[in-house]
Every structure is written in C-alpha cells, then in structure tokens.
Design a protein around this ligand. Structure first.
Ligand code: NAD
Length: 318
C-alpha cells in the first residue's frame, strides 16, 4: 500500500506566500505544494521558478499552480492572501477587506471537501484566524494563526545579540496580539535556565533599559524593515515552514501561535498569541506560562483591543 504524501496548499503567492513556499521547497518539508492566487499568472510563475530549484533541494517537492479542488486532499492550507494597509486607510478598513477576502477563500476551500489544518498568516492575523475558524466549522485545534511566532523569533534574536548567546539557548515568548499591543513575557524569559531579569540585575554590563528597548524594537520591527525594503516576508516564511514541519513531523514542539482561548489565561472566545504544543493533529494544547501581575494586565488589554475590533465586525460569539 502506498502511503499518502503530505500536501500543502498556499493561497496568496505574494511576498509572504512565495517566501513560505521557497522555505518549504528548500527544506523539503512537504512532498506536494500547490500554489493558488487570484493572479493565476503570478502563482504559475512562482511554481515554475520553484520547480527549477528543486533539483538542488534535499529531496524533490512536486510544485504546481492549482485551484481550489486541490484543497480536498491537502493536509495543510495556508492563507497568506490579503491586502496591506495603505496610508489613507484605517486599520479597521483593512480588517474588513481581509475578512471578506478570507471568508470567500475559506468557503471555497471547505467546498472542496478539505478536512485538514488551516494555517493563517494574513493580517491582522489573530482576527483573521478567528474568522477562518468560525467560517470553516473546523475544530479549533485545526485552525492555527502564525500569531507571535515571528515576534518571538525577533525577540530571541535580539536578546541573543545583546547577551552574545545563541538565540536557541534562550527561552521566552512574545504573547498577545501580533501587533502594537503585544508584550514580552519577561518574567519567565531564561538564558541557560537562569532568569533574564536576574542576569540583568546582577551584572553591571547589562541594564533593564536596554531590554525595554529590545522589546520596543521587536514590536516595531515590521515598520523598521518596511522603511528599508517595503515589507517583511523572509522571517515569516521561515517561521511558517517551521510550524508546518512541527505538524508533519509530529514534533510536539512548543511554538507561540495564535490559538483559541477557551478559559486559558482567564480569557474566552478569542484567538491570540500564546505558546502551544503543535503536532500532527494541529494544536495539542495551550501552554499556560506564569505571568506576573503587570504581564497579566497587558495581556488582558491586548485581548480587549482585539475584541473591540471584532465587536465592530460582529464576528464574536457574544
Ligand atoms: P502581497 O500583496 O505581496 O501578496 C498578497 C497576495 O494575495 C497577492 O498575490 C494577491 O494577488 C493575493 N490575493 C488577494 N486576494 C486574493 C484572493 N481573494 N484569492 C487569492 N489570492 C488573493 O502581500 P504580502 O506581503 O505577501 O502579505 C500577505 C499578508 O501577510 C498580509 O496580510 C500581511 O500583512 C501578512 N503578513 C503577516 C505576517 C505575520 O507575521 N503573520 C508577516 C508579514 C506579512
């Protein structure tokens, strides 16, 4: 009997979608990769280009420009389609536009008979993930947003540079909204199992202001990159590939993603960035890290900001 191969469908092959696709092919994470975009020529061009590189990747990925019927046999559908905020637009206008785009995409995906895992990267990712969950009817464990995956990578990278330690030896998370109201769970960030705050407070080489600046730079990283090159895409592309690998390899890896809270952290009926265990079934469980009073308040206020936008869109259950 031939085992079924893994298939990822990427919907939206702009900067983010194509960077994700490139990371998947480069690391040979999936056997099949289908690219869909309303600009079908763009998706076709990306498929051609990626096919020309696969000879030199660890093992070949079958890549093609497809359509929604290809979602039926997909294990993962990743949505990276959407519009970005222009200078004249408000955040809410973009939410409305992307909600509409993603609703119509989700309908078409579900009509195909899809019964796999959704990964969402379209911004505002926490809200768009909720929209996907709500309109797909899939269990919450199988609708996962990229959440603070990228913000956490930026946080650990910048701390690694500051302390001159490999970022992978640092444990800590950015949680909350993938946006301005996010927060660093500083009180539980550790380096080699030692509390970051203890290290800073006991060594005159370091100071708390520097750490606070790092947290601000993490929050504003997308703006800093956009000022230089227009938008960000490699970081999220590699992050989405890691999330995909954690699913396909049944890693039970703990990753900060946008997850549905049903009482965890004292909150309900919201998708927001928190660490969670990811395996072949999707999101196995949310990890509730200890937060101090200040962090709890910041998380609550981040969630309130998301909820107030969602209330205006009339998409919550309340
Ligand atoms: P982009 O404009 O380069 O690409 C968007 C693509 O979506 C385009 O190719 C467009 O044709 C396609 N598209 C639009 N509507 C569609 C539809 N109905 N069906 C199919 N395809 C459709 O934008 P980008 O830079 O790739 O960003 C994509 C999204 O990712 C944005 O919402 C952006 O804010 C978000 N993003 C998220 C993160 C994260 O950490 N989650 C990081 C960076 C960007």
């Amino acid at each position: 009997m031939v085992n079924k191969v893994n298939r990822v469908v990427v919907i939206g092959t702009g900067f983010v979608g194509s960077s994700y696709a490139y990371a998947l092919v480069n690391q040979a994470i999936t056997e099949e990769l289908v690219l869909i975009d309303m600009n079908s020529e763009r998706a076709e061009g990306e498929a051609m280009d990626l096919n020309h590189g696969k000879l030199y990747s660890p093992s070949p990925t079958k890549v093609w420009q497809g359509d929604y019927s290809d979602c039926k046999d997909a294990d993962i559908v990743c949505i990276t389609a959407g519009v970005s905020q222009s200078e004249e637009e408000t955040r809410l206008t973009v939410v409305e536009k992307n909600t509409k785009i993603v609703k119509s995409i989700v309908e078409k995906v579900m009509d195909s008979g899809f019964d796999g895992i959704f990964i969402i990267a379209t911004n505002p990712v926490d809200i768009i993930t909720y929209v996907t969950w709500k309109f797909s009817g899939l269990p919450k464990e199988r609708v996962i947003g990229s959440g603070t995956l990228l913000d956490t990578a930026r946080y650990l990278f910048m701390l690694g540079e500051y302390f001159n330690v490999d970022a992978r030896s640092i444990n800590g998370y950015i949680i909350g909204e993938h946006g301005d109201s996010q927060l660093a769970a500083l009180s539980t960030t550790t380096i080699g199992n030692k509390s970051l705050l203890d290290i800073v407070n006991s060594n005159s080489k370091y100071n708390v202001e520097d750490i606070e600046n790092i947290v601000v730079n993490v929050r504003d990283a997308a703006i800093h990159i956009a000022e230089r090159k227009g938008s960000t895409y490699y970081g999220i592309g590699i992050g989405l590939a890691k999330l995909t690998k954690a699913i396909f390899k049944n890693e039970n890896a703990i990753l900060p993603v946008s997850a549905y809270l049903g009482g965890e952290y004292g909150h309900n009926d919201i998708y927001v960035g928190v660490p969670a265990i990811i395996n072949r079934q999707g999101l196995r469980e949310i990890v509730e890290i200890d937060l101090n009073t200040d962090e709890k308040e910041k998380l609550a206020s981040s969630i309130n900001i998301l909820k107030s936008v969602m209330d205006q869109l009339l998409i919550t259950n309340n």
